[in-house]
Design a protein around this ligand. Structure first.
Ligand SMILES: [Fe+2]
Length: 135
């Protein structure tokens, strides 16, 4: 879950935020890789809160930029952001207590897949539009 330079979209502020998101996700993966018999409940709750808070901040920053330049795909992009937040909110902490490793694995897979696809496709498309508009 390491950040790679190929993930850069060329908008500096956003790239920095994406890097931070990858950092948080990497820490979730590290938590998963710790021995399975450990009780990770508190750490998982804590890191999910951190992820949620940061992702809300980051999505807002992106959306403000999009509004500013009147990005034509603003609403479909917004829906993707909302879906992500919803999915993280739906993460069941009661379920977690019974199957921590399995839940963590699913969470890591979801975040990794979503983040890479979203950044490479949707955020890059936005960055291309910014460049076309000379922003
Ligand atoms: Fe985005």
């Amino acid at each position: 879950m390491k950040w790679k330079s190929s993930y850069a979209i060329g908008v500096e502020a956003i790239d920095k935020q994406h890097e931070r998101l990858f950092d948080i996700s990497e820490r979730i993966e590290e938590l998963f890789l710790l021995p399975g018999h450990m009780d990770k409940f508190d750490e998982i709750v804590e890191i999910i809160e951190e992820l949620k808070a940061y992702v809300i901040y980051h999505f807002n920053e992106e959306q403000q930029l999009m509004e500013k330049i009147q990005y034509p795909k603003y609403f479909s992009h917004l829906v993707e952001h909302q879906d992500f937040i919803e999915k993280i909110n739906d993460f069941d902490l009661h379920e977690l207590d019974h199957a921590q490793q399995q839940q963590l694995r699913e969470l890591v897979d979801f975040i990794m897949t979503w983040l890479v696809e979203h950044v490479l496709e949707k955020d890059k498309a936005f960055a291309t539009y910014c460049r076309e508009k000379n922003m």
